[in-house]
Design a protein around this ligand. Structure first.
Ligand code: AP5
Length: 224
């Protein structure tokens, strides 16, 4: 008896709550959280060639080119801690990325188990983006109105300093949403057709969204 690796994708527009929910799901499901945006920001912080290349796209709210992004994420998925699968956040974001991921998994006899499509109206997303703050140390997301830290400017979890992402201005946020609708939303039909998609209402309190997401994956991670 072996445990089949489990691959779950958190799909949704910018600020729909993918990162917020991933911190809860990864513990419940015991899966590593693989977030393409976090991988880019890690490279940027360390001033790698990849990070510097990604920065010019991220600052404008555009997508980083597929070849660079696919290579980075597939490399991350090949690391030993992903042997049991992964909780993907922010990847794939184009049909080309989804096809590359499907092909890489198919080569190992694997597939995407579930795609959680988090639905939130655009105007709510703009408010979430502009009020977001993140912990510089652990990346935990907060919000000035909807999820305040206990002490202003300080992370509840590890005391790290909270900061605002450079791409969280209203202007860039609007462009990120436009990019989402043009380039990423076609993935909804792609995964619905594959029978993997579940719609989840993301426009409700954080705990209620977590509950709905957990219900949508409650049948996964079984022993085969
Ligand atoms: P990335 O880092 O992936 O950003 P994103 O998709 O725009 O998503 P966010 O991180 O903005 O939002 P989230 O859904 O995680 O929301 P969060 O939980 O923080 O990508 C950044 C850039 O990198 C891209 O623009 C692109 O340039 C590049 N990139 C990344 N991946 C790529 C790829 N695959 N291909 C090409 N380029 C790529 O929540 C947001 C806020 O709302 C928080 O403040 C939170 O506290 C609050 N909140 C969350 N849930 C709720 C709720 N239910 N009610 C009220 N408030 C809530």
């Amino acid at each position: 008896m072996t445990t089949k690796p489990t691959y779950i994708i958190l799909l949704g527009p910018p600020a729909s709550g993918k990162g917020t929910q991933a911190t809860k799901l990864r513990e419940a499901l015991d899966l590593p959280h693989v977030a393409s945006g976090d991988l880019f920001r890690y490279n940027l912080k360390n001033e790698t060639a990849l990070g510097l290349k990604a920065k010019q796209y991220m600052d404008r709210g555009e997508l980083v080119p597929d070849d660079v992004t696919i290579a980075m994420v597939l490399d991350r998925l090949a690391q030993p801690d992903c042997a049991g699968g992964a909780l993907l956040d922010g990847f794939p974001r184009t049909i080309a990325q989804a096809e590359a991921l499907d092909a890489a998994l198919a080569r190992q006899g694997l597939n995407i188990d579930r795609v959680l499509n988090i639905l939130v109206p655009d105007e709510e997303l703009i408010a979430r983006i502009t009020g977001r703050r993140l912990c510089r140390t652990c990346g935990e997301p907060y919000h000035m109105m909807f999820k305040k830290p206990k002490v202003s400017g300080i992370c509840d979890l590890d005391g790290g300093e909270l900061y605002q992402r450079a791409d969280d201005t209203e202007e860039t946020a609007r462009n990120r949403l436009e990019v989402y609708w043009k380039q990423t939303s076609p993935l909804i039909a792609y995964y619905r057709e594959a029978g993997a998609l579940v719609d989840v209402d993301g426009n409700q309190p954080i705990a209620a969204v977590t509950q709905a997401l957990m219900a949508a994956v409650s049948d996964l991670k079984t022993i085969e």
